[in-house]
Design a protein around this ligand. Sequence first.
Ligand code: HEM
Length: 527
Amino acid sequence: MVQASDTLLSVVVCAALIILTSFLLSGYRKRNAHLPPGPKPLPIIGNLHQLPDLKADRAVAFRDMSLAYGSDILCVKVPGMLMYILNSKESMSDILVARSAKSSSKPPQVMADLSGWKYTVPSLPYGQRIKTSRRLLHKGLGPSAVQSYIPYLERESAFFLEKLLDQPDAYKKHVTHTAARIALKIAYGYEGVTDDAHLIDTAVKAMNIFCVTATPGIWLVDSLPFLQHMPSWFPGTGFKKQASQWSQTVLYAINHPFEELKRQMAAGTAGASFAGRLLEVEDLSDPEVEDCIKHCSTGIFAGQFDTTTAVMSWFAVVMAFYPEVQKKAQDEINKVVGHERMPVVADRDSLPYVNAILKELLRWRPVLPLIAHSVNEEDEYKGYYVPKDTVILANVWAVLHDESNYDEPEKYKPERFLRDGILDPSVLDPATLAFGFDRRICPGMHIGQTLLFILMSRTLQNFDIAPAKDAHGKEIAIDTSAVPGLIGFPKPFKVSLVPRSNAHAAHIRHAAENARSLPDKLAIFEL
Ligand code: HEM
């Protein structure tokens, strides 16, 4: 990988000339404009040398920087990019919600684009294409569609428990596999899509490529886009070869299941799905609509896969680390559901403690600690000038760890969301931040939380989760810190899952047998 730090020196002279020229040509009329506080930038490289190291937790570093400057908004400059980092709920509501007409674009991600992700929904700039895509996502993930997805989620969760029973050491693998199967089924639906090992493997690889290429600040070409047009001998262009290789994987994951769905629809063998139903009901005379349906389907995979995997990974870490939390949840499930049947979506409102566990996971370790938008029109906020194309980085981690919102924010405490045994509406709901903002808010937030509720409640009902033991019978310590990156995953961990009794093990087998007798299809839903 050719990364910023490796190539900076070799291109700095060319970059200097180009940035200086564009700086002079643009006239930079707002030279003395009032910008938010932040570290003093150097010529050419801006604050590049002062940004937190990629191995550090950037959300924590930005929160600390915001405290040091006594400002909830920070201004940071990197070559070719001006960034405002928001560290308060107020600034996020004002800029990303109240002014969403101007702040709903996305920063350019040249490396992700070159690697095949150009049209994926989370990276689209604000314009007609994202409006069409969001209309399609709302339709295909709307209430009537979700009714069709829920029985499928319940069916798949039975297989998930069975896999945990058969291979209790491979928790992460089962979570990953289950998340991938469900995303593919919802998106494309056709028979065989969830058993296509090559497709699952390729889609997972494509997601890894997305995470590596879409992380802000890693790729020099994101700051200096002219590099993409330079010949391959030019210093710092090694990324081109890498992007071209990666794009083959990504384009297969985008195109193959969509083409296969169309083939099966023509043959009359496809079940219901997000893409299938939209292809049936949408007016396809405009070719862009079909292309948007294709990329929205990939967006479902991109949106669901890593987020579900991350939250379920933290869930296992937390249950092993806080056995008293686990015990309380199991007691609640025993009391409300018993152990004769599995929890279902309809039980959700009757299980406030399990709901609080999910809320606290979204707060304690938000899946996307930093959410990036950009502004497509110049603006002004509290006297600060906001130039067009400013990147707005919402540090949701900072708000979710602010003592004025949550006492002892470093502690994992689901109880903070409950009063008299029911969910307390006066406590800031982490979902109002963790799923993003306004015109770009996560379109899968309801189906995503529904899936997590089913997987968590069923796992808790049937398994005891504890730290794994080494060869000498000693517990392997669990590290509760996150791996820095676009998505906050836990460090590698080992947990042991043991069925809570023989009756629970038999219950799991029975549920899986039942699930196998149900059709591997989503029921047709109206749009
Ligand atoms: C715990 C689960 C999830 C979390 C925490 C999560 C979080 C997020 C966040 C923070 C964003 C960016 C919002 C913004 O830019 O303001 C996003 C976007 C998105 N999510 Fe989710 N998500 C989850 C599950 C899902 C699921 C299950 C789906 C699909 C079924 C999905 C589909 C998407 C899509 C398509 C976008 C792009 C929207 C756009 O750019 O306009 N997500 N998600």
